[in-house]
Write a protein that binds this ligand. Structure first.
Ligand SMILES: C[S@@+](CC[C@H](N)C(=O)[O-])C[C@H]1O[C@@H](n2cnc3c(N)ncnc32)[C@H](O)[C@@H]1O
Length: 196
């Protein structure tokens, strides 16, 4: 049972997210526990992300944020704001109250607000959720130059992913990085990824 008086209780986070009670009840369950770990592709991406993804002054979403490492990096790198989104309220509870940080209890498939940069570390692990996940990504990428950057440790991703993106009007540009992870850039326009 949560202590409703605690500043970072589950109830406080849900309140912070502004989630309506009926939406809270509709969240998929059970919430998996994957937010508890630091996943490898995110770690490898973080080592070179500054050279790849400009975020200064931009609206950023860390989708499936878990512990929020990518979003926290974005705030340190000068993002105007970062929306930490995850279906685990417990994970969001642990995101620090940094200036510019917002939290959202969110299920893949639900729309997101528009952003300039969407970051997704190790969120391509549930093929049954790909259509819903890409619906959410597409909802956030409304500005012509908006991009989603998704990273995964596997060399080969599911072949349906580019088609699911195209069905939503998005390009899917994937490359294997020397640091042993796959970097996917999704957007309305081609991605110009610097070679690092
Ligand atoms: C493998 S973890 C990656 C966490 C973090 N991005 C990282 O790189 O360490 C996957 C994250 O996606 C979240 N997640 C899984 N299924 C989800 C769903 N259907 N809707 C929203 N979030 C989901 C989990 O709670 C978890 O935080």
């Amino acid at each position: 049972m949560d202590d409703p008086g605690a500043p970072h209780s589950r109830a406080a986070v849900l309140g912070h997210s502004g989630l309506e009670p009926h939406r809270r009840a509709a969240l998929p369950g059970p919430v998996d526990g994957t937010w508890r770990y630091q996943w490898p592709a995110g770690s490898r991406f973080l080592a070179e992300i500054s050279d790849l993804v400009p975020v200064a002054g931009k609206r950023v979403i860390d989708l499936g944020c878990g512990q929020g490492r990518l979003g926290r990096w974005a705030l340190q790198a000068g993002a105007a704001e970062v929306l930490f989104a995850d279906h685990s309220a417990e994970a969001l509870d642990l995101i620090p109250d940094l200036p510019g940080a917002r939290r959202l209890v969110h299920a893949w498939g639900d729309p997101l607000p528009p952003c300039d940069v969407l970051l997704g570390g190790d969120i391509l692990y549930r093929a049954d959720h790909f259509p819903a996940l890409l619906d959410s990504v597409a909802s956030a990428l409304t500005a012509p130059a908006a991009k989603a950057w998704l990273v995964d440790p596997r060399t080969h991703l599911e072949p349906e992913l580019p088609h699911l993106a195209a069905a939503r009007g998005l390009r899917w540009d994937s490359q294997r990085r020397p640091a042993s992870y796959t970097l996917v850039c999704v957007g309305l326009l081609p991605c110009e990824t610097p070679v690092v």
